[in-house]
Design a protein around this ligand. Structure first.
Ligand SMILES: NC(=O)c1ccc[n+]([C@@H]2O[C@H](COP(=O)([O-])OP(=O)(O)OC[C@H]3O[C@@H](n4cnc5c(N)ncnc54)[C@H](OP(=O)(O)O)[C@@H]3O)[C@@H](O)[C@H]2O)c1
Length: 303
């Protein structure tokens, strides 16, 4: 199997590459970092830059599956110019891939798997969202994710089946939200955010990579949520981390206005609630290694 990955140097991409090196797959990846190197002989970098519409067409040679994870991080302050970057890196990145494939005299690509995000679902404290939901969050992230999914759909127009993975909060000790959330708790100054009733649909990094691998191995098309079967509220999330780390929680909840002062508009991410279902991927036969939060956290903190 030969797979082309964008965003391979990121949190999820690195886990996937580890998994696929074990399976002895050949991996090509597109990076915006010039002269990037990878130590493994089965892993080859190629340069691209969606901003300048540059792409090395050699990256597609012999590739059967394209996995699209690239996008500017959403965890930086959302200035208006940075919001443009979040949107354009995803939409233009997907369109650059489609346009490049159309220029090839021939190709063997049989599937496009693209990251998306559960931020597409509207904020709600009660609803359990499945992939059938048609309402879109009336927020910056909701709009961006919808535009991103639309751009990715253009692969179907060139007869490449599309799999869209709506990713939840990925838990890893290597980066993402968990180390940042854990830090104040480690120092005994942690607490939940606002009412703490907002749902956090999380997923362990290993299950995240395994879901992408699973949809490829089983040639699954369409939209799939990538979240663990047991989402928790923010209060439960913070309490579980404190319990696993044996740290006390005695401070009052962190108010929304304070986080807005610190993080600006990006603070909305912490207070939004999406309770998301994993039933569809489980019905397709996927077995989670980490269904419940406590063992997932134990596995991450013991590493
Ligand atoms: N982690 C989560 O909790 C989570 C949740 C929901 C959705 N997602 C989505 O899943 C995808 C992968 O997540 P991740 O956590 O692995 O992300 P990540 O660690 O932030 O990595 C994303 C990768 O995208 C590339 N990138 C950054 N800015 C870019 C730009 N302007 N143009 C093109 N490429 C750019 C970078 O690769 P190079 O530097 O090599 O170019 C980077 O390594 C992201 O699109 C993210 O939005 C993640």
């Amino acid at each position: 199997m030969k797979i082309l990955v964008t965003g391979a140097t990121g949190l999820i991409g690195q886990e996937l590459i580890r998994l696929w090196i074990e399976k002895e797959y050949k991996i090509h990846y597109l990076t915006t970092r010039k002269n990037h190197k990878h130590p493994h002989p089965n892993v080859t970098p190629f340069y691209w830059n969606p901003e300048s519409e540059t792409i090395d067409l050699n990256c597609f040679e012999g590739v059967q599956v394209v996995v699209n994870l690239a996008g500017a991080s959403v965890s930086k302050r959302w200035t208006s110019s940075y919001k443009k970057k979040i949107q354009e890196s995803r939409v233009n990145g997907a369109l650059l891939l489609v346009n490049a494939i159309q220029k090839l005299p021939t190709h063997q690509i049989q599937q496009l798997v693209s990251a998306s995000a559960i931020g597409i679902y509207p904020h709600d404290l009660q609803c359990l969202y499945t992939e059938k939901e048609t309402k879109i969050a009336d927020s910056f992230l909701g709009t961006v994710v919808k535009q991103w999914e639309n751009a990715v759909e253009s692969f179907a127009k060139i007869n490449i089946p599309v799999t869209t993975i709506r990713i939840g909060l990925v838990l890893s000790n290597q980066g993402g939200a968990l180390p940042m959330t854990t830090l104040p708790i480690r120092y005994g100054v942690g607490s939940w955010f606002g009412s703490g009733k907002q749902w956090q649909s999380w997923i362990h990094i290993e299950d995240m990579a395994r879901i992408i691998d699973f949809v490829i191995a089983n040639k699954l098309e369409g939209v799939y949520n990538a979240v663990a079967p047991h989402p928790v509220t923010n209060k439960e999330f913070i309490k579980s981390i404190a319990k696993v780390l044996h740290r006390p929680l005695f401070l009052p909840p962190v108010p929304q206005f304070f986080m807005k002062l610190v993080l600006g508009e990006m603070a909305s991410v912490i207070f939004e609630s999406q309770q998301v279902s994993s039933q569809k991927i489980q019905n397709a036969g996927f077995k989670f290694q980490f269904s419940k939060l406590h063992p997932a956290l134990l596995s991450l903190f013991k590493k």
